[in-house]
Design a protein around this ligand. Structure first.
Ligand SMILES: Cc1ncc(COP(=O)(O)O)c(C=O)c1O
Length: 372
């Protein structure tokens, strides 16, 4: 039950910028079964069997280990990630999902007098995190080509710039050589959010060793089928990692999350197989939508597709996209529509599901094409 007491004017007691804030809207997570969930880019496959096995071992018969706090620095995981990327553990930070890492970066670099930059469209959490700090946002616009706006980012006055690479929600990848050129010209910290990089042809992790102003953010959510465990990490020079260590929660990654991520790293062959499969499913779906429907879909370097549906009469636009969204929703297929930006409103973002899920999706798209 909620109570309001006129003695406590919480809107006035709270910091004004917090009272004004609009929270981030995550994709729907339906409670009941039976949905085909293609709206939040989760991996459609289960994690390596080694993960459940390691979790069972960690919990044991009676869960006694859960009494104890986890390692505060996720030390074993930092070591393992350092080895994976050919870096020292002092170049690695582990957080409660990539979102936590992004939040801490904003906390370190952004306040009313120092701005944070990001591209539009990209991940809509960035402006919310900036708002929490009462910071200033400096947005750089894409045009419909979705090519990297190198000049505008290089000239940005932001202390920190968030570049989603490959980009979301478009799925378009960027050339590492272009990002490296940008690093030489931009005067702030460039955070390359590589949430989807395992599905891409190129990434920037190898640049961390030689660029003081690069921070690469990764996650186990998509690549390692562990969105529910919340593990993300940053790769950067020790000076950046040291800042993140100053502002993190003491025990920011749970015992079970550390165990699951470590076990996942121990089975690279399993995950390489999933990445191959998801890329193949993705490329087949894009080809089918182009060939059968004539839809424009950006070439994707991720585990989702950003497509502009066309109705029977050839029309595209916000209403067409929304109509297809509603049609699919009524058939228990969830996708994502970003209606508030001119470059996204006529598109739907569709996560790559299992081959079976994509077959059901395709049947429903064909049914919509006949009626819409
Ligand atoms: C671009 C981008 N960055 C970060 C995240 C958050 O990842 P995590 O689940 O590790 O918090 C997402 C999640 O969808 C994303 O799309």
């Amino acid at each position: 039950m909620s109570t309001t007491d006129p003695k406590f004017d919480l809107q006035n007691l709270a910091l004004p910028h917090v009272a004004r804030l609009h929270a981030y809207t995550p994709g729907l997570q339906p409670g009941e079964p039976g949905w085909i969930k293609l709206n939040t880019n989760e991996n459609p496959y289960p994690p390596s069997p080694a993960v459940a096995e390691a979790l069972r071992r960690e919990i044991g018969q009676d869960g006694a280990s859960l009494r104890l706090y986890p390692n505060p620095k996720s030390a074993l995981l930092r070591d393992a990630l350092g080895r994976l990327h050919g870096l020292g553990a002092d170049h690695v930070f582990v957080g409660n999902g990539a979102d936590d890492v992004l939040n801490l970066l904003v906390r370190c670099f952004c306040e009313p007098a120092s701005a944070a930059g990001f591209t539009l469209p990209s991940y809509s959490l960035y402006p919310v995190l900036v708002g929490i700090q009462d910071g200033r946002s400096l947005a750089v616009d894409f045009d419909r080509s979705m090519q990297l706006p190198v000049e505008a980012i290089a000239g940005s006055a932001a202390s920190v710039f968030f570049l989603t690479a490959p980009n979301a929600p478009t799925g378009v990848g960027f050339r590492t050589a272009d990002i490296e050129a940008l690093l030489g010209r931009y005067r702030g910290l460039l955070v390359v959010d590589e949430t989807y990089a395992v599905f891409a042809a190129e990434n920037t992790a190898d640049l961390v060793a030689r660029h003081a102003n690069l921070c690469v953010v990764r996650t186990f959510s998509k690549s390692h089928c562990l969105a529910g465990m919340r593990v993300g990490y940053a790769l950067a020079q020790p000076a950046v990692i040291g800042l993140l260590d100053r502002v993190k929660d003491s025990y920011n990654v749970s015992r079970l999350s550390q165990t699951a991520a470590l076990a996942a790293l121990g089975d690279p062959g399993y995950y390489a197989g999933l990445v191959r499969k998801i890329r193949a499913t993705r490329d087949r779906a894009r080809a089918a939508w182009t060939d059968r429907f004539g839809w424009f879909t950006y070439p994707s370097q991720t585990n989702f597709l950003f497509t502009e549906p066309r109705d029977r009469t050839g029309r595209t636009g916000l209403e067409v996209a929304r109509g297809l969204y509603d049609f699919l929703c009524a058939r228990k297929i969830l996708v994502r529509h970003f209606g508030s930006h001119a470059l996204t409103s006529s598109f739907l973002r569709i996560s790559v599901g299992t081959d079976e899920e994509m077959t059901v999706l395709q049947e429903n798209l064909e049914a919509w094409q006949k009626t819409a």
